[in-house]
Write a protein that binds this ligand. Sequence first.
Ligand code: ADP
Ligand code: MG
Ligand code: MG
Length: 216
Amino acid sequence: GSEASRALAAKVVTALQLMQQVTVDKEEELGHLDAIAGDGDHGQGMRFGATGAFSAAKDAAQADAGAGTTLVRAGAQWAESAGGTSGALWGSMLTAIGGVLGDQEPATATTVADAVAAAVSAVQRLGGAKPGDKTIVDSLVPFTQTLSSAVEGGTRFADAWRQASDAAQAAADQTADFVSRLGRSRVLGNKSLGVPDPGAVSFSLLMKALGDAGTF
Ligand code: ADP
Ligand code: MG
Ligand code: MG
């Protein structure tokens, strides 16, 4: 990859290391959320996925891969290491981001925002969820919309990211008011009322941690 892309790949590795740490810290909490209306493995799945992705990204970056290749390899390993629905969805997100960024062009705020939008589309294509179905999509859509609008409006990228993660968190909290319509938890229907969707919560926690650390 180009020098700029390899510099971004190094940031991707740093980001995935932080994400792995967050999944370790939040494993139990996410497992509890998933146990209420799911099968209780979301914390473990996120930890396995982020751990595999971090390791794959580190190997790729050490072999001088650009950001695109680093993200694509991390995504494949996330899906493989995590198993489960959220693992497949996270894998598809990283892969989509890597596909848009590629290994040559220096990433601008706009290309990163576009890459995130492509990741959200990939999740919707793969999982078929719409906002309101009580899934990660409820948190993804406000995240990408806020990020794109802020970047378009000329907001500094780090600030745009923080605005987007605040929107993601508010949206994740709101899923407590929804009844699950998709995934394992749908069969339990009203049991999920009052409890937020684990996938939406984990996504917002990870985005907030990245925003606080100022990685991008
Ligand atoms: P599994 O459901 O296979 O045990 P996890 O527990 O790791 O996987 O992930 C559960 C999360 O995955 C849910 O909280 C939800 O956010 C997300 N999810 C499940 N099904 C879908 C879907 N069809 N579309 C989008 N997100 C989904
Ligand atoms: Mg589960
Ligand atoms: Mg499971």
